[in-house]
Design a protein around this ligand. Sequence first.
Ligand code: AMP
Ligand code: ZN
Length: 326
Amino acid sequence: MFEEISQGSSMPIKCRRCKAENAEVYLSHLNLNLCPECFMLLTERRVKHTIDAYKMLAKNDRVGIAVSGGKDSSTLAYILNSLFDKIDMVLIYIDLGVPDYSKHCLERVEALAEMLDKELIVYSLEGEMGFKIGDFKQTVYGRKICSACGTIKRYLLNKIAYDLGLTKIATGHNLDDTLEALFNFYLEGNVEAMLRLKPYLPRTHPKFVPKIKPLIGLTDFECLLYAGYRKLPTRTVECQFSRGSRMQRRKELLNMIAEKIPNFKHSFINSHFKRILPNLEASLGSREIKIYECPTCGMPTSLEGMPCHFCKLTKTLRPQLTQRSL
Ligand code: AMP
Ligand code: ZN
């Protein structure tokens, strides 16, 4: 991915926008050389454009920004905070109890909250629910721990935001994350999941807090550069469970395609959201996704008459859990 940084030539390269001779950044999909200042400005403008295009935010919103300590959510929090200083925002961090990693990330989000002068809400999985993400290793989800973790995070973010009366949850999912997920859904032919993956998920149930993904137009590389130039506190270690995961391997594969076809990622995403998805929605309109309430926890779920994915997952840990936490 670092091929996009300008290749150590001795000749100074001019920024296409301001003409300064310090164009350190090369964005291959746009064939564009930029200086750091112009890169940051254009990145912020692109995020603003995404937010406006999908009408993601309104003046009276109360936004929970889901921060993980990673480059994407730190970039998200910084940009939202600087673009929308009148909108009420809090940072939310879920401590998943991953040895060393979770503590390291917590320190980074605490530093970020201080830098942005924003309130940080920390939810400890172990403290509140009595288990850690690693406890799934002993269950049938042991080999799919990243997907179990995704379910836990989605559920808890929604629940925390709902309990706090927030009106939106913003996550740092970027273009590469979205492309990787879509690519997988295409391989599986998982149309239902494709219909649910959107830059803006509106309220479909009174207890479902709308989700927004303002960074959906930015690549991993752009988020990494932005966080670096702004000196945002970000984690420097990787989660022990995600190392070498299928998700990472699919991302590597997609990066290899983008090396040969520089606008591959953007074309794929644009075709999907502008052409494929509207057609899918039009032809499957009658199969609208119904939302039910989980008989165990009362939170919204797409599963009719049975426990939601979160309750199903936590049930596998039942012997290890205290009565209080279930
Ligand atoms: P991931 O699921 O790790 O790819 O992260 C996607 C997005 O989910 C991040 O950009 C954050 O917005 C959010 N997120 C991930 N992990 C956490 C966490 N531990 N606490 C709060 N939000 C998180
Ligand atoms: Zn439930």
